[in-house]
Design a protein around this ligand. Structure first.
Ligand code: SF4
Ligand code: SF4
Length: 166
């Protein structure tokens, strides 16, 4: 899929130390990590400004594509809520042997409830798998955007980027 190739190239740019496969296996399996899927060169930088770990940077100016320092990111999810483009997600492969977590920005009301059943969808809105709401995080600092975490089969955590409540 073309978009996956763009994504892979982007991740290679982020940190040459990791190939895409070892990145998945060694880093995400240890805990949550921001996945920045922002590929437009637009003047925007709330992601960088919101990160207290200074894990997000730009090569030249704020019109550059943001880069993530994998070593610094704690997967806290603040940047997920702060990104106006809804372009940042958190992938976590450490939940269990066969299930993983994906955190997404969510701007609808009412908010979903923990335990609610969902169908996870990919970047094109195609249904991938069944899952459930694992956590709903809100904050007065989140600018009316919640961060919703879904629990899904682990093999889909790098593809699931939205969900449908069922
Ligand atoms: S998840 Fe947290 S630590 Fe990682 S880039 Fe976003 S704000 Fe920074
Ligand atoms: S805040 Fe979001 S849209 Fe803006 S540069 Fe960062 S990742 Fe891209």
């Amino acid at each position: 899929m073309g978009e996956s190739i763009v994504f892979r190239d982007h991740m290679h740019c982020i940190n040459d130390k990791y190939s895409f496969d070892t990145f998945l296996e060694e880093r995400i399996s240890k805990g949550p990590l921001a996945i920045i899927e922002c590929f437009e060169e637009i003047p925007c930088d709330p992601c960088r400004n919101s990160c207290f770990k200074n894990a997000i940077s730009f090569d030249k100016s704020i019109t550059s594509i943001p880069k993530l320092d994998i070593e610094k990111c704690s997967g806290c999810g603040i940047c997920v809520a702060k990104c106006p483009g809804m372009a940042i997600f958190i992938a976590d492969g450490s939940y269990s042997d066969d299930e993983g977590l994906v955190s997404l920005p969510y701007e609808f009301l009412p908010l979903p409830n923990k335990g609610q059943a969902v169908k996870a969808t990919d970047r094109y809105g195609r249904v991938l798998c069944n899952g459930e709401i694992y956590k709903v995080k809100t904050s007065s600092n989140f600018d009316c955007t919640a961060v919703v975490t879904i629990k899904i089969p682990k093999e889909f955590i790098m593809e699931a980027r939205d969900f449908i409540l069922i």
